[in-house]
Design a protein around this ligand. Structure first.
Ligand code: EPU
Length: 432
């Protein structure tokens, strides 16, 4: 029995990846469309009848889940030969999102706003998704109530109704991405003007607003903290191209930081990752714009830095598992603070299995860098934690087998192939 088979037989999981020491990375990689934008644009297709064409949608399992959800509501979805996703919304919509579909993906809660706006009713199971602490949707519901919806929760199902949504000022307690998106979609056809104060400012919010405006909505200020939405009578189906995935860009850059090399990220946008680039620069990476994307180079062992996650334009919580992995290799001690999701630390135990030395103090991590990690059997606990394990394995001595790697496929299209194409040694293991 080879070491490969022994390791894989020890580890249980739906799918597994074998990662060996890799790099230096060289060449160019195409960046996919942003998962967290595409999923919301898909939900927004509930708003008006017609044929939508979404380009640059990543072919990932979360998108498949959203297709299943829309189909369960009576829409049809189809991948066209040119790679675009076509969604047809007919006259009738079933305004219900069953538990079996919602529990697979937290982004399912994005259908509540559009259903209330277009059908006046929504019956949606409480969302599941990544397991990193309690992730309520109270702010979504509260904001929608302020513009005229009412909700009751009955045996794990949220039932909402709204005969007429009416614009007003809504102040979010926290700039929640999901709550801002649900409000944007619901308010687009409300009577009068809705103003969202303390709105989330992520690039994906601006992309959703651009899509809605193309549909005929009148939204001003998306991407800033105050968004004004003047309700319109009617929206129409349109075509749109999804912005590039900045979290994927961060993932490739962190992999580069660990194993070194020089890469081009085709389609990446520097203006979406400014703070990340500044922090990576402090670690010793060089990142610059180039025609059609960005170019990056890493030559030395990363330098330690202090980082903290915050809502955009702060450093995204989704970058953190990958950045922490990079800092595990740094020449000194780094401090990382997670401010967005209280429970997003479970991946540290997996990194520790590979020889990382990380202490948790409250919501801070103290990371004592080591020159190399050691390959070990580990688990992908969610999308980003899984990507972090891949990066750790690329920089580790020996073999790393990552169980439950299907989590990675929820957010990254052909991740293994694209990493392999620039110099990673990564293989999918058969389930036998
Ligand atoms: N929160 C509440 N109540 C709410 C809404 C949020 O307490 O009603 C809390 C959450 O529990 C969390 C914080 O507010 O502590 C931030 O939540 P937010 O609503 O901003 O995030 P989200 O919409 O649930 C999206 C992304 C996440 C990303 C966060 C933060 C999607 C599908 N998900 O989640 O992405 O981490 O914004 O940027 O857009 C991922 O891609 O792997 C991922 C988890």
């Amino acid at each position: 029995m080879t070491r490969e088979t022994i390791l894989s037989s020890i580890i249980e999981g739906v799918s597994r990846l074998l990662v060996r020491p890799s790099g230096p990375l060289t060449g160019a990689v195409q960046i996919q469309g942003a998962k967290n934008s595409a999923l919301k644009l898909m939900a927004a297709c509930l708003l008006a009848e017609g044929r939508y064409v979404l380009r640059n949608v990543p072919r990932i399992s979360d998108v498949d889940h959203m297709c299943d959800l829309l189909e369960a509501m009576g829409l049809s979805t189809r991948w066209r030969e040119d790679g675009a996703l076509e969604i047809i919304r007919g006259h009738d919509v079933i305004p219900a999102a069953p538990y079996e579909l919602v529990e697979r993906m937290r982004a399912s809660s994005a259908v509540i706003g559009p259903l209330l706006a277009s059908v006046g009713r929504a019956s949606v199971a409480m969302p599941g998704g990544d397991n990193f602490g309690s992730r309520p949707i109270d702010m979504h519901l509260q904001g929608l109530e302020e513009i005229g919806a009412s909700f009751e929760v009955d045996r794990g199902v949220i039932r909402g109704k709204a005969s007429q949504l009416i614009g007003t000022d809504v102040v979010l307690d926290y700039p929640s991405v999901g709550a801002t998106e649900n409000l944007l979609m619901a308010a687009s056809t409300a009577k009068g003007v809705t103003v969202i104060h303390n709105a989330a400012r992520e690039p994906e919010i601006a992309d959703l607003a651009a899509f809605l405006n193309r549909m005929g909505a009148r939204i001003i200020g998306a991407g800033g903290p105050t968004i004004s939405i003047e309700g319109v009578e009617e929206l129409r189906a349109v075509e749109h191209s999804v912005i590039p995935d900045r979290i994927e860009v961060a993932t490739f850059l962190c992999a580069l930081g660990v194993v070194g090399g020089e890469i081009s990220l085709v389609g990446a946008r520097l203006d979406h990752i400014e703070l990340l680039v500044e922090k990576l620069g402090m670690m010793g990476l060089r990142v610059s714009p180039e025609r059609g994307g960005i170019w990056a180079m890493a030559k030395e062992r990363p330098k330690p830095v202090d980082i903290a996650t915050l809502p955009y334009p702060g450093l995204a919580t989704d970058y953190l598992p990958m950045i922490v992995t990079l800092l595990c290799f740094a020449d000194g001690t780094s401090y990382a603070t997670e401010n967005v999701f209280a429970g997003r630390f479970r991946y540290l135990a997996e990194l520790e299995r590979m020889g990382a030395t990380v202490r948790i103090e409250d919501h801070h991590m103290v990371i004592d860098g080591v020159p190399r990690l050691t390959g070990a059997p580990v688990k992908a606990l969610d999308i980003r934690a899984g990507a972090a394990m891949v990066i750790a394995g690329m920089g580790a001595e020996g073999e790393t087998v990552i169980a439950d790697s299907q989590h990675v496929d929820r957010g990254y299209e052909n991740f293994e192939d694209r990493l392999r194409s620039i110099g990673a040694d990564i293989t999918e293991l058969d389930d036998e």
